[in-house]
Design a protein around this ligand. Structure first.
Ligand code: TYD
Length: 136
């Protein structure tokens, strides 16, 4: 299984004209089932604090800067700074994430499944138990 990584999408356009980037299923690590976006998140707020059993995601900062801290089942952490609208962050299943936003940042998420609350792991102890770091 591939870990979290950045994927660069092509840009069409020019300085003074503006740019367009496109994501289509044939070029993605998974077929898109859902798209959502978040906005107006105050910059003092940390969001996320969950992992997913099955969901895979591709995340863009279409505006502003977004910092993702990802932790795998072994407790290894990686941080990714998103600030270019043509760069996506691929997040596989089973990564605990915390997310910080700059003022007016807009996060766009392409997701592999429709919304299902049962797919969320919102309890950090449960996440640690899944990785065998915490005994039942
Ligand atoms: P959540 O995924 O916890 O957001 P974040 O990680 O950005 O803090 O979702 C916040 C709330 O929105 C939660 O109550 C579930 C709801 N929600 C939906 O109803 N549908 C969706 O597709 C998503 C992503 C969230």
């Amino acid at each position: 299984m591939q870990g979290p990584h950045l994927i660069e999408f092509s840009k069409v356009g020019a300085p003074g004209l503006g740019y367009l980037s496109v994501a289509q299923n044939s070029e993605l690590p998974f077929p898109i089932q859902r798209v959502y976006w978040t906005y107006f998140t105050p910059d003092e707020v940390l969001r996320g604090h969950h992992a997913h059993h099955d969901l895979e995601q591709l995340i863009f900062a279409v505006s502003g800067q977004i910092t993702f801290t990802l932790e795998d089942l072994n407790g290894q952490q990686q941080t990714f700074e998103l600030s270019r609208p043509n760069i996506g962050l691929y997040i596989p299943r089973l990564y605990w994430r915390t997310i910080r936003f700059s003022h007016y940042a807009v996060l766009l998420c392409l997701a592999s499944h429709e919304y299902d609350e049962a797919d969320y792991i919102r309890d950090y102890d449960e996440f640690q138990r899944l990785g065998g770091r915490l005994k039942a």
